[in-house]
Design a protein around this ligand. Structure first.
Ligand code: ADP
Ligand code: MG
Length: 681
């Protein structure tokens, strides 16, 4: 596609700042709204419907600069029906001349009734000759950037429209089947909508012309993601074909039976691991659903097949907990498990790396330290990433690269944060998804209550009573996003307050800034039952598993997001004792916070919570803007355009089933140009 040839280099670079490089980029830079300049009403009619935006036409009868209350230009125009004051607070000397007496102008603004009668403040206006024709289409208003006027943009877009190749990339039979408008027709209509267009459909982007744009955009996204998937499949991965003695012994030694859901997802994972191309599977299951044991069994298959497995967790606490649990399962079966985190002494770190490199360690568990350059694996067959949403795309890719240049290890990602279906179909189109939709038996439901912060004394009483009954309690400190230091201070203060209020109990404190060994000592004391109350910052949010803990207090619950509250609450309800979660809040509550706390009280179902979260926050924010599929979309809305997402996905599959389909290339070039790599994750 030829590049746009704007008049000056500066215009070029200003357009480039908006991402507008090619002619097609310009053509697909669609208006965000429109102004209706197709109609002129009489000054009298405009006055009568005051408060609305109107366009009037008149001849200047008076032009003066006033100095009180401040310097301003006052221009009075008149038509047959009356007079109207145009007021300009900021103006150029040239405007004073331009709007001289006898000049005919068209002015458009909201009409107000001021002290001196009807007036428009800072109207947009044009000097015209009598009888000048009115525009026949609505005037587009484009997203713009610094130093780039609407006039410049309109001209650049108009010129580009004369140069592009308009051929439709969506085949006619498909357009007919989906009742899609033609590409050129849709684009032209959106840039120059006729005056009689259904303005509401245009504004809400439900007009067929918008639908066509959304479909095209989604189709490009789906094509790109599916192609990435195809090229991944062309890369080799070790076929982990054996679920031998280790897997069998592991299952036999487990103190419980897998739930039906665990057995099902394990079957899906096992089948993937046997393939000679890399698995890329997301294992989703609500907090406490039992993902760890499934991961360990996947690792067992890699080890049974003569390969290594690596498990990466986002925090030291969680990595350590995995290490202890999995080592306790696996080491008696003769598996060598190594432990690798940033906090290890240099010597120990080197020893762990050496074990990974020699192949002596069959399973390596750790934090980000696993992806450092100095760590190499002898025969890495499977990479497991726990709480995958906590890692950036780059970190996940780095671990995958550890297998060597021509081989890619299988990848299992785990998350308790459920991803709504439309998001899974877009951002995660390249992933297979397994869902554990059943909790292990014997769990009792968690009762959640919201309690005003000023009833804290009662809550402390309750903590005391629970501890005397042999229960353990988490007390989560408020989130203070602005300042980590302040958050730490609050945690320390809360700890001191509780230790004083509960002198007969052992009250501990854990936060992110503690030395790993100290953190570990506190977690050990709590896990063993020696400590009854654990005051914690959100470091306990992910993964921590102490089944005897059955009461959780969350202070300033109104500051937390829904998924975070759900994760925190998931720390209780893991044993057989009935569990309680108390959400302390500071009144008065804002609307969103109220909705969140209500949701927490009403349901413990992670999928339902995610659905409501999506409703409250919108998909763009859901996974963090950069990660979400929505961030790549300009026109389509993952929530409201679900049927289009599905249609686009189906069509992408059909188009890609034709080898080297030229339609695919043309469509991707049109919609993504060189930007396709953004979608590759
Ligand atoms: P999550 O899915 O949140 O990572 P975990 O893997 O930490 O959950 O499991 C939560 C708890 O449930 C652990 O104590 C684990 O040992 C236990 N568990 C897992 N599967 C079962 C099962 N099938 N029956 C009984 N308990 C189980
Ligand atoms: Mg977990």
């Amino acid at each position: 596609m030829p590049a746009a040839k704007p008049k000056t280099a500066t215009l070029d670079s200003k357009l480039a700042k908006l991402g507008l490089r090619s002619d097609m980029d310009l053509v697909l830079h669609l208006p965000m709204r429109y102004e209706d300049e197709t109609e002129v009403v009489s000054i009298r009619a405009a006055s009568l419907r005051g408060g609305h935006t109107s366009q009037v036409e008149g001849v200047v009868v008076k032009n003066e600069i006033a100095y009180r209350p401040r310097r301003q230009l006052l221009v009075t125009i008149a038509d047959d029906s009356g007079e109207l004051l145009l007021r300009f607070m900021n103006f150029y000397g040239s405007q004073v001349k331009q709007l001289g007496e006898g000049v005919r102008v068209r002015a458009r603004a909201e009409l107000k009734h001021g002290f001196f009668g009807a007036e428009m403040v800072h109207p947009s206006y044009k000097v015209i000759n009598a009888g000048a024709p009115l525009p026949t289409s609505l005037t587009p208003v484009y997203p713009s950037g610094e130093g780039l006027s609407q006039t410049m943009l309109r001209r650049a877009i108009h010129e580009a429209m004369g140069r592009v190749d308009w051929r439709d990339t969506v085949p006619a039979p498909l357009r007919a089947a989906l009742q899609l408008m033609d590409f050129e027709q849709a684009v032209r209509l959106l840039h120059y909508p006729p005056a009689d267009i259904d303005a509401y459909a245009l504004e809400t982007r439900n007009h067929p012309a918008w639908v066509r744009m959304k479909f095209d955009e989604l189709l490009a996204q789906q094509l790109s993601l599916k192609r990435a998937q195809q090229s991944r499949r062309q890369r080799g991965a070790p076929a982990l074909v054996s679920t031998g003695a280790l897997s069998a012994a592991f299952l036999a030694a487990l103190p419980f039976r897998l739930t039906g859901a665990q057995a099902r997802v394990l079957g899906e994972i096992r089948a993937d691991l046997r393939q000679p191309y890399p698995m890329q599977r997301l294992l989703q299951g609500d907090v406490g659903a039992g993902k760890t044991v499934v991961a360990a069994l996947a690792a067992a298959q890699a080890i049974d097949s003569g390969y290594q497995a690596a498990l990466m967790a986002p925090t030291e606490i969680l990595a350590d907990q995995h290490f202890r649990k999995i080592a306790a399962w696996m080491e008696p079966l003769g598996v060598k498990v190594a432990w690798l985190t940033g906090s290890l002494k240099k010597k120990d770190k080197q020893a762990a790396s050496a074990q990974a490199e020699s192949g002596e360690a069959q399973l390596v568990i750790g934090t980000h330290a696993l992806i450092q350059d100095t760590v190499n694996f002898a025969r890495l067959g499977l990479v497991i990433v726990d709480e995958q949403h906590r890692f950036g795309v780059g970190q996940r890719l780095a671990l995958r690269a550890k297998a060597g240049a021509d081989m890619v290890p299988h990848q299992l990602m785990m998350s308790a944060t459920p991803i709504p279906r439309t998001l899974a179909m877009t951002y995660y189109a390249d992933l297979e998804v397994s869902i554990i939709d059943e909790l292990p038996p014997g769990r009792s439901p968690i009762v959640t209550r919201a309690i005003d912060q000023n009833r804290r004394e009662e809550v402390i009483e309750r903590v005391h009573a629970a501890a005397l009954e042999g229960r353990q309690i988490y007390w989560v400190c408020p989130l203070i996003e602005e300042s980590e230091a302040l958050q730490l201070q609050t945690a320390t203060d809360t700890h001191a307050m509780l230790a004083e209020a509960l002198p007969d109990l052992s009250v501990g404190l854990v936060h992110g800034r503690m030395k790993p060994a100290d953190k570990q000592a506190v977690m050990d004391a709590f896990a063993s039952g020696a400590m009854q109350v654990l005051v914690a910052t959100t470091v306990i949010e992910v993964g921590v598993d102490v089944p005897n803990a059955s009461l959780m207090v969350i202070e300033h619950a109104e500051r937390f997001g829904l998924s975070q509250l759900h994760q925190l609450r998931g720390r209780v309800g893991r044993g057989t004792a009935s569990s309680v979660c108390l959400l302390l809040y500071q009144s008065p509550l804002g609307g969103v916070a109220k909705q969140r706390l209500m949701t927490m009280r009403e349901t413990t179902d992670g999928f339902e919570i995610a659905r409501r979260d999506l409703q409250i926050r919108g998909p763009g924010e859901f996974l963090g803007a950069r990660q979400s599929g929505q961030a790549m979309l300009r026109f389509a809305d993952l929530e409201t355009d679900q049927w289009l997402v599905e249609a686009a996905r189906d069509q992408a599959a059909a188009l890609l089933s034709v080898p080297d389909n030229p339609i695919v290339a043309a469509h991707l070039e049109r919609w993504l140009g060189g930007k396709e790599e953004f979608l590759r994750v």
